[in-house]
Design a protein around this ligand. Structure first.
Ligand SMILES: Nc1ncnc2c1ncn2[C@@H]1O[C@H](COP(=O)(O)OP(=O)(O)OP(=O)(O)O)[C@@H](O)[C@H]1O
Ligand SMILES: [Mg+2]
Length: 279
């Protein structure tokens, strides 16, 4: 097995453990300081807890519209949401949560980075690190060289890593919402109804004629940004890449090996938690 495949297996195992902690009702035993990762996304706010050795202990998620273009636009609501998710996790885990990391899109300025950190601090956590989102994903996936493509709510983020450093980034306004828009338009239904249909795996095959052209568009965007770079592998993360067939469309279009971890929506949040230093 090549080293990339072994790393992906380790990441998938952690993601599966996180999912079972998120869905399980029973608290799990944990030792040492607990570290929290807070991902304030355009579509979702996700909070993940790992222990000192990086084992996932819990996680919680809520859809929210408190961030736009990587910036917190609903400050008070964002604090309330993080506080409530953290309170729920503390009750379930049975231990206090004190330290955290959070993340911002690459290239975010100092003021906006501080605003994101303030949300987490105001929710009662001490922020020990603010990392950039693709670096957080790369931490979990153990990527040092390759491209992380994050198809989130409203945008696709493209981040090229070389020797563990992000050397190129871009953000383009095509994301998960666009798959919802084409579904709503085709059936003449509301965005809420379309969203509910789109996320069902068993419906996605039937929706392929609608969704594949949007995936092709994402592939074209990625191709444009990769021009001039030699990338050994493309890592797909973010909620929208869970769509059936996304991996194949990107691989076929770009002719580069593609890795899509399980539950791609959780990759960046779990990577953020792992990026919190042990105090
Ligand atoms: N199972 C699924 N199948 C298809 N799409 C999904 C699935 N689960 C979530 N999505 C889509 O993923 C998007 C949200 O992904 P994610 O939580 O990664 O975004 P975000 O981090 O909040 O946004 P951003 O990174 O752009 O700020 C939504 O558009 C949602 O419809
Ligand atoms: Mg995101």
């Amino acid at each position: 097995m090549d080293t990339d495949t072994a790393a992906l297996k380790r990441a998938n195992q952690k993601i599966r453990q996180l999912c079972s902690r998120m869905h399980g009702k029973e608290p799990v035993a944990s030792e040492g300081p607990l570290r929290v990762g807070v991902d304030l996304g355009t579509a979702n706010v996700v909070v993940v807890v790992v222990d000192a050795s990086g084992e996932p202990v819990g996680g919680a998620l809520t859809p929210a519209a408190v961030v736009r273009d990587g910036l917190v636009v609903e400050y008070v609501r964002a604090i309330e949401i993080v506080r409530s998710l953290v309170a729920g996790l503390q009750a379930k885990i049975g231990r206090p949560l004190k330290i955290a990391a959070t993340a911002v899109p690459p290239g975010t300025g100092r003021t906006d980075t501080a605003a994101t950190a303030h949300v987490v601090e105001a929710a009662g956590l001490e922020v020990l690190a603010v990392v950039d989102e693709p670096t957080a994903a790369a931490t979990l996936l153990e990527v040092t060289d390759g491209v992380v493509v994050d198809v989130g709510g409203g945008t696709t983020g493209i981040s090229i890593l070389q020797n563990g450093q992000v050397v190129y980034t871009a953000d383009e306004p095509t994301g998960g919402t666009h798959f919802t828009l084409v579904t709503a338009g085709h059936f003449g239904i509301s965005l809420e109804e379309a969203e509910a249909i789109k996320v069902q795996r068993e419906k996605q095959k039937d929706l392929a004629p609608l969704l594949t052209p949007v995936m092709e568009k994402v592939a074209t965007i990625v191709e444009r940004h990769l021009r001039g770079f030699q990338v050994p592998r493309i890592y797909l993360v973010g909620g929208a890449v869970a769509l059936e067939g996304f991996e194949q469309v990107i691989a076929k279009h770009l002719g580069v090996p593609v890795a899509r971890p399980q539950e791609p929506l959780l990759v960046t949040p779990l990577g953020i938690a792992l990026s919190c230093p042990v105090k």
